[in-house]
Design a protein around this ligand. Sequence first.
Ligand code: NAD
Length: 352
Amino acid sequence: MSIKAAIIGFGGMGSFHAQQIKQINSIEITGVYDINPQKVQEGVKKGYKGYSTLEECLSDDTELVIIATPNNFHKELSIEALRAGKHVICEKPVMMNAKELEEVLEVSKQEKKIFTVHQNRRWDKDFRIVKEALDRKLIGKPFYIESRVQGSRGIPGDWRCVREAGGGMLLDWGVHLLDQLLWLVDSPVTEVYAHLLSVKFEGVDDNFKVLLKFENGLSALIEVDTYTFIPLPRWHISTDSGTLVINDWECSGKILKANLVEFKWEEGIVHTSAGPTKTMAPRPVETIDELPLPQMEPDCKDYYDNVAKAVKGEGELIVTPAQAMRVMRIIDAIFESAKCGECIKGVDIYET
Ligand code: NAD
C-alpha cells in the first residue's frame, strides 16, 4: 500500500516532487496546498485535490506532508504538520538555523513522527562517483577536497534574493555541498572559516568560499559562485597518490595516479619567462597512470522509497535528523565566521 501524501508549496520544487513521486509506488500525492490559489489550481489540473487552507490540508487523511515553500516558512509549517500527526519531508535548508531545527526535532520526538530533509543531491551522479572513488580507495588517501558550483546568471530574482526569506547561496547550494561533504568524510569538523560576498545582490550572499578542517587531517573547500563566467572543476580532489577531477554536470573527468616509475629532477626543468623551476615542472607521462572514473547511475527517487520504508517502520532513514543538525550547526558557524572574520571551532556534533 502506498503512503498518501500532500505537498505544501506547489512552486518549482513542489511540482518536481509530484513528478518524481508519480514514477514510484511507495508514495502517492493526493493533494496540494499553496498560499497562492493559482498554484493550487495548477495542482487540481494535474489531478490532485486542491486545499484552500492549511487546516484543510492538515486535517485530511494523509500520513505524510512534503514542505516545499520558501525557507522562512519551514519551521512553522513543519511544527504544524507534526502537531497534526503527519510525518514530514522538509525541503532544504531544513531550517534557517540550528535553533529552529532543535525546536522542530523536539516536536517530532513528542509526536513520534518522522522528520527528514530532502537532501536529494546525495543522489547526484558527480557526487556518487566521488564517493565511490573514495570509498573504494581508488586514489589513495585524500588530503584536500574542493567541491564547487559556479554559474554566471546571478540569483533568480525571487525570494532567494531576500535575506528574511532565507535567501542567499549558503542556505541554497551551500547546504547541499556541505551535506555531501559530511557524508563523504567520516570525521568531525574541527574548524570553519568563511568568506561570504554580495557581488550583485545586496543583503544576501551570492558568492562564497568556506574552508573546513576535519579531525582526520583532511581539509576541504566548498565554494558557490553565481557570477563566474569561466568555471573551475565541480570536484578537484588531491590525495597522497594522485588527483581526481570531475569537470561538469556531464561528469567528464579523470583520475591520474603516480606509478612506481621514478623520474630525475634535472630532466624536467621548465623555464618560465622570468626563471627556471623544477618543482612546478610537469611530471614525465611515464610516471603517471590514468584511470577512468567509476560508473554510477544513482536514482534520486530512492530517497522517497527510503522515507516510505521508515514511515512504515521497515527501515532507517538515510537522511537523519542528526545529520541535518550537523549541517545546520556548521551553517551557523559559517555565518558567524563570515561576520567576525575568524575561524570557528568546536561546533560539530559528529557521531560515529
Ligand atoms: P518557488 O518560489 O518556486 O515555490 C514556492 C511555493 O511556495 C510558491 O508556489 C509559493 O506560493 C508557496 N508558498 C510560499 N509561502 C507559502 C506558505 N506559507 N504556505 C504555502 N505555500 C507557500 O520556490 P522553490 O524553488 O520551489 O523552492 C521551495 C523550497 O524548495 C525552498 O526551500 C528551496 O530551498 C527548496 N529547493 C530545493 C531544491 C532541491 O534540489 N532540493 C531545489 C530547489 C528548491
